[in-house]
Design a protein around this ligand. Structure first.
Ligand code: ZN
Ligand code: MG
Length: 381
């Protein structure tokens, strides 16, 4: 049973803080100076590099959300199987409290940017994401989400738009890549648009196998590894786990298996988002942990896959209050928005050692590139 306490005064001040534009250059005390880190202290031998990387992002999954999920789940989580744990600094370029768009862009492209930015820098210039780079390197790529696929977290890996609310423009950006697989909600942004384009038809014309919840259950999907795959799980936002959405684990399994075949030669990059973990929603947390278990099973059998699990930010300033028991957490919140706490990072597999320590959220991008052995990016990309 969750009890939600919100201190009115504190909430008001936090909301005001979020809504007040901050000028990062005029006052050096307002925002931290980003630690530049392009040469991490650890060198990887060629033989220590992973062939594949799977980045799993639990949206809003701070340390306390993980803790509550662990107790409720019988004092155990798949996260305990990860040998390397680190912490990242989640703040964005214009706010100590990041949003999901700036948080995901830090992971996808290694730049702190303003809240709301999708794959663009603070000047709204497009950034070259690790998914695009992996694609250009001949690797297979994929995105899986339990929100709409055009929502901030997945969008920041593939799209370049100045505002996260530009869902139709973000959907159109999917046509600009050769992404091998994507699974998530938001069908209406592809096939019922103001510009009358039917992006699902366009994807199909590009050679994709396109399907949706409307035609079949995800679990009945037997994807042909010779074709790219687009599967839309809902018209807009998918249901929550409590409402009966259970596709994250099977979607993760399908994605691993499919990309393993597509990337048999050169490897793959896959981002899996467990959305809606905010508020310490135990069921969503359990769903995400089950999916982590499925991904770990793949990585253990494969032996060549680096798995990284983290979150973009904490949400709610969630606390486990006195009086809680293992199966009855008394939760309290300081905010109904995100907070600026350090965020845990869990790593398993070849290259995992790169993710120990405390570092900027942008370092996750740089360390993933280092793990892949990607070199300097040529100017103009
Ligand atoms: Zn988020
Ligand atoms: Mg998200």
């Amino acid at each position: 049973m969750m009890v939600k306490h919100i201190s009115g005064l504190l909430l008001l001040s936090l909301l005001l803080a979020c809504n007040t534009p901050q000028n990062s250059s005029s006052n050096s005390k307002q925002l931290p100076q980003e630690m530049s880190e392009y040469n991490p202290p650890i060198e990887l031998e060629e033989t220590e590099r992973p062939k594949n990387i799977i980045l799993m992002i639990g949206d809003g999954m701070g340390l306390t959300q993980i803790t509550a999920g662990m107790y409720v789940n019988g004092n155990t989580l798949h996260l305990e199987e990860f040998p390397v744990v680190g912490l990242h600094k989640s703040y964005s370029s214009d706010n100590l409290v990041t949003d999901s768009a700036a948080g995901a862009t830090a992971f996808s492209a290694g730049r702190k940017t303003y809240n709301g930015a999708i794959g663009v820098d603070p000047d709204t210039t497009s950034l070259y994401t690790i998914l695009e780079e992996a694609e250009d390197q001949g690797m297979a790529t994929g995105l899986v989400s339990t929100s709409t696929i055009v929502h901030a977290t997945p969008a920041s890996f593939i799209a370049h738009q100045p505002r996260r609310s530009m869902y139709e423009a973000i959907a159109a950006d999917f046509l600009e890549t050769e992404i091998d697989l994507f699974i998530g909600g938001g069908k209406k942004y592809f096939d019922r648009r103001k510009d009358n384009r039917d992006l699902l038809e366009e994807l199909s014309n590009k050679g994709y196998y396109v399907s949706s919840y409307f035609e079949q259950k995800l679990t009945d999907l037997r994807p042909n590894p010779n074709k790219n795959l687009a599967f839309l799980t809902a018209d807009s936002d998918p249901l929550t786990y409590e409402q009966g959405r259970t596709y994250l684990k099977p979607a993760s399994e399908i994605a691993c298996d499919f990309l393993d075949k597509r990337g048999a030669q050169d490897g793959f990059f896959l981002m899996i988002e467990g959305s809606q973990i905010d508020w310490g929603g135990h069921a969503n947390n359990t769903d995400f942990d089950n999916s982590i278990g499925a991904v770990l099973d793949f990585a253990k059998a494969d032996g060549n896959t680096l798995v990284i699990v983290t979150a973009d930010h904490e949400t709610g300033g969630f606390a486990i209050n006195p009086g809680s028991t293992q199966d009855s957490i008394i939760g309290a919140f300081t905010s109904d928005y995100h907070t600026a706490a350090l965020i845990p990072v869990f790593a398993y597999g070849p290259g995992a050692q790169l993710f120990a320590g405390i570092y900027e959220n942008t370092a996750i991008y740089h360390r993933m590139r280092q793990a892949f052995g990607f070199g300097e990016i040529a100017a103009g990309e």
